[in-house]
Write a protein that binds this ligand. Structure first.
Ligand code: CO
Length: 161
């Protein structure tokens, strides 16, 4: 799969909920996983590969493969992670986003449509928040908690107004 780069308009459109579970969905998730691994990413949202579907793949704790379909953040810590993050749609740029929670509980459907919940901490939590933003059509570099000068530089570099 090809990874879309900023400022591709697809990256700014909120994705649609996934309603049909089955082999075709599994194939898409498998292809996303391979694409993510080939590019050395730790997470990849469906709209980054041109699919308007609310789902992402990520490497979880103990190198587990996580498929998160229709994810929502249920609860988040009031403490912050303060870790650098990057994006396969903006390769080479890394930034600390001050308002990322240190841990999150994510409610999601697995690839078979079973409702699940996972607690993610640290880098895993930051990754999930980044990917869920993607699915809402929100880019990490527009995050208002980033110092304005840094944010403006990033947005300018990637053609975001
Ligand atoms: Co990204």
């Amino acid at each position: 799969m090809e990874i879309l780069k900023y400022p591709n308009p697809m990256l700014f459109q909120p994705t649609s909920s996934v309603r049909v579970f089955g082999e075709e969905l599994q194939i898409l998730l498998d292809e996303m996983w391979e694409t993510m691994q080939t590019r050395g990413g730790i997470g990849l949202a469906a709209n980054q590969v041109g699919l308007s579907m609310s789902m992402f793949v990520m490497i979880g704790p103990d190198n587990a493969r996580l498929n998160l379909v229709n994810p929502t953040i249920e609860t988040r810590s009031r403490t912050f992670a303060n870790l650098k993050e990057g994006c396969l749609s903006a390769p080479g740029d890394f930034v600390t986003i001050p308002n990322r929670a240190e841990w999150v509980h994510v409610l999601y459907d697995d690839e078979k449509g079973n409702v699940k919940r996972v607690l993610l901490k640290g880098l895993y939590a930051v990754c999930a928040q980044h990917e869920i933003d993607h699915l809402r059509g929100v880019s990490f570099m527009e995050n208002k908690s980033i110092p304005k000068s840094v944010r403006k530089g990033l947005c300018k570099r990637w053609g975001i107004k």
